[in-house]
Design a protein around this ligand. Sequence first.
Ligand code: FAD
Length: 387
Amino acid sequence: MLDYVDLEADLGEEERMIRDTARRFVDEQVRPEIGEHYEAGTFPTELILEMGELGFYAPNLDGYGLANVSETAYGLLMQELEAGDSGLRSMASVQGALVMYPIYAFGSEAQKEKWLPKLGTGEAVGCFGLTEPEHGSNPSGMETRARKEGDSYVLDGSKTWITNSPISDVAVVWARETTAEGSPVRGFLVETDRDGVTTNEIHEKLSLRASITGEIGLQGVEIPAENRLPEADGMKAPLSCLTQARYGIAWGAVGAARDCFETAREYAIDREQFGGPIARFQLQQEKLAEMATEITTSQLLAYRLAELKERGDLRPQQVSMAKRNNVRMARDQARIAREVLGGNGITTDYPPMRHMQNMETVYTYEGTHDIHTLILGHDLTGIPAFE
Ligand code: FAD
C-alpha cells in the first residue's frame, strides 16, 4: 500500500489498529458488493450498525460511549473508508461530523444523552440539513424559518441534497428564527416521523450513487422548544460543523486516490501488450510516478492538519486548502488511473471510474472547489471576493 515517505513509522499502536480494522472491514464487507450497489444506486444499509459497532461514528469525540481517539486515527479511518467508496465515508462523515458533532458542541446535556449514544452505535441515523433549493454555496441566504409558539417551534421550508435524509431518524435543521429583533440562524433537532416532515429520495444521480440522498420538506412542523440546539448561534455554528467534515474529506480523498493508484499499478504490471507488461512503457510509468507523488504530497498535508487539530491550532482556512487540494488531486488521479486500465477502466469491476464519478460530488459538496478558492483568496489578501 502506497506510503512513500513512511508515515506509518510515526503512527501509534491505536492508530495502526483503527486503520487496519477499517481496511479489513472495507476489504471484506465493502469491496465485494460495492460495484453492484453503485450500479443499483443503493447504499449497503446492513453495514450501518456494523460500522457503529466498530466505532466508526465520531470516534474523535469524548464521552457518551465515544472513543476519543487521536485526530490522526480519525483521519486514517476516513482514508480507509473512502478507499472503499466515497458513499461509505460520507455515511461516517455525516453521522459523526455533521450530526453528532453539532449535538456535542451546541446541544443541551439532555440532547447529548438522548442522541449521542444511539447515533454512535448506528441504532439511530441522522442527517444535516443546510442546503436549500435556492441557496447552495451561499447558505446564509436560507429561507427556512422557525417561529416560537409557546413551548414549541414551528418550522417551514425545504432542504435539498441531504445525505441520508430518507433513512434518518433525526435531522439537524438550520433555520432562521423569526424574532422581533431579527432572524438569527439556529439549529434544531427534528425527528423525521413528525407531522409535516417529508424526506423524498433523489434518484437521478450519476455520482455518489452508493449513498442515499434526499430532500427535507418542512410544512408547519411543530417540535418542542427543547429541540433547539441551545449553544448554536449564527452561521458560525453550521460552518464549524462543515470544518469538521471537510477535515475528514481531506483525508478521505487521499484514500480514494490511493485505491486508484494501487489498482492502476497492479493492472499495469499484469496486463500484457506488445509482448510484455504495459508497466514497462515509459508513458505508463510516468502516470504512476505522477500519481504516487501527488498522493504523497496530499497525504503530508492531511497529516499536518491532524497535528494542528490535535493541539487546537487548526484554522478553517487551512482545512479549505486541504479539502480543495486533495479532492482536486483525487479527481485528477482517478481519471489517469482509469486510462491505465483501458476498456476495463470504464466498468464497475474496477474502482477508478467509480471513484472518479464520486469525486464530482466530493468536489462540489462541503463547499465547492470555487468557494474554497475564494476562502483562500480572502485569507491571503484580506479582500473577500464572494459577491
Ligand atoms: P451553486 O451554489 O448553485 O453553485 C453552482 C456553481 O457556481 C458552482 O460551480 C459554484 O462553485 C459556483 N459559484 C457559486 N458561488 C460562486 C461565487 N461566489 N464565485 C464563483 N463561483 C461561484 N448539503 C447539505 O446541507 N447536507 C448534505 O448532507 C449534503 N449532501 C450532499 C450530497 C450530494 C450527493 C450533493 C451533490 C450535495 C450535497 N449537499 C449537501 C449540497 C452541497 O453542499 C451543495 O451542492 C454545494 O454547497 C453547492 O451548492 P449548489 O449545488 O446549490 O451549487
